[in-house]
Design a protein around this ligand. Structure first.
Ligand code: EPZ
Length: 407
């Protein structure tokens, strides 16, 4: 394991470029399993979760080559093996093996899926979608001789269940209609990629219509990561002045609105955005499926609220996603949680030690350590490196005084 040691309280200043979106890259990687050809993916972020996903594809025989910003994935010679549990248990995106393996191989083990453990994370809608398209559960394996189009209506928008349903339907026989879909930008990214592979997928609002097709290799540039962009804009407001390049601003209107309510004003020049505080206000934010404020940024806003004027967070997506507040309390951040809401009090932050509780909570702790005077330590740094590319390099670019040590 690794830990990061931070000499905090320094003013951070500089320019950062947003990397490719983790949550767009992962569905695209697993979608390659459906294709018989070579796919070219640009701007694939080199992060822990992507490495684990690529390792899973390699285990099926995919040939993967990185050339500069391009990644080539050759899936012409794939053969099924039981996925490596040491990999599937690391990432939530291993759930996408359900849709991709059932489509390509007609089978998938009922796995222990990984990912951040901030909440109970059911997959009932994933399984229902598999069964609706003709799969059967035999003990701890789910199989499908052939997948046939159907109509699937989700009881609530689910990124994962929408991704898996698209993967199941993209090469199934006939037409599938999905209703009540998630519409995060990473869903459109997956649709764009599969259509470049010869798929026939159209999204209208929360409805997606898919006609099954044979799929060849495709081509895509991974969209910028709006969660990473929001994280670094927040860091700039906490620690100095950070200009963020290539932020996908069209995906961030709810996020920018919340920054504005906090008291931030923005400067835009070329392809950069930066924010500074022109007033300090209490912020009450409620998360909900896209295009509302994203649940993945609520942990990032908690330390920001604490150092500005306090705030309130209501999470309607992951109602229990507040475990990270225990870790933030080690830096003096005071909070009170009740059901799916947390009150963040204006706090005097100080240096501290903790273990990264999950990906976004870990980043919230790191941001607080960078803002607090003195030496702080955050263990299990790998958890944060799952979703933030070149983290050490980017923070050093801003003048952060950090050391990474093996523990
Ligand atoms: C994806 O998780 C993201 N992960 C999460 O980001 C993100 O928090 C989440 O979407 C919401 O935006 C990846 O893309 C790899 P969901 P996912 O299915 O697909 C309920 C990060 O930090 N639900 O959209 O697992 C579920 O309980 C990570 O990058 C069911 O009830 O989330 C939740 O309340 C953390 N049954 C809601 O739907 C199901 O079968 C949304 O979950 C599936 C979901």
């Amino acid at each position: 394991m690794k830990k990061i040691i931070v000499n905090g309280g320094r003013k951070l200043q500089g320019d950062l470029t947003v990397s490719g979106s983790k949550n767009a890259a992962l569905p695209i990687i697993f979608a390659c399993i459906l294709t018989n050809g070579v796919s070219e993916i640009d701007n694939l972020p080199d992060i822990g979760d992507v490495r684990a996903a690529l390792a899973l594809l390699s285990s099926f025989g995919a040939k993967i080559e990185r050339r500069g910003s391009l990644t080539f994935i050759d899936t012409r010679e794939l053969s099924y093996i039981d996925p490596d549990v040491s990999l599937t248990s690391k990432i939530r995106a291993s759930t996408y093996l359900l849709g991709s393996c059932l489509s390509r191989f007609g089978r998938c083990p009922m796995l222990i899926f990984g990912g951040c453990n901030f909440s109970y994370r059911p997959i009932d809608m994933h399984i229902d979608a598999c069964l609706a398209l003709g799969a059967h559960i035999d003990g701890d394996v789910i199989t499908a001789d052939r997948l046939k189009g159907n109509v699937i209506s989700f009881r609530c928008p689910s990124v994962g269940a929408t991704v898996n349903s698209i993967l199941l339907a993209a090469s199934a026989e006939g037409e599938t209609l999905l209703r009540g879909c998630a519409v995060e930008p990473h869903i459109d990214a997956l649709i764009d990629f599969l259509n470049s592979c010869g798929a026939s997928i159209i999204r209208q609002g929360r409805e997606i219509r898919i006609c099954g097709r044979e799929l060849h290799g495709g081509k895509i540039t991974v969209i910028g990561d709006y969660i990473e962009a929001g994280s670094y804009i927040a860091l700039g407001l906490m620690c100095g002045s950070v200009r963020v390049k290539n932020a996908p601003l069209s995906h961030m209107s709810a996020v920018l609105d919340c920054f504005s309510t906090l008291g931030a004003t923005f400067s835009f020049e070329d392809n950069f955005i930066s924010a500074h505080l022109s007033s300090k206000n209490f912020l009450s934010l409620t998360t909900a499926p896209y295009p509302a404020f994203p649940t993945d940024l609520q942990p990032i806003f908690a330390p920001l609220m604490a150092v500005i004027s306090g705030g309130e967070i209501i999470d309607t997506v992951w109602r229990e996603r507040f475990g990270y507040l225990d870790s933030l309390s080690h830096f003096g951040i005071l909070s009170h949680r009740e059901d799916n809401r947390a009150r963040i009090f204006r706090s005097k932050i100080h240096s501290g030690k903790t273990v990264a509780p999950d990906l976004r909570g870990g980043m919230a702790c790191l941001m607080t350590a960078l803002a607090a005077e003195g030496q702080s330590e955050i263990d299990s740094l790998e958890i944060i490196l799952r979703g933030y590319e070149n983290l050490e390099k980017k923070l050093r670019t801003l003048g952060a005084e950090i050391k990474i040590q093996d523990t």
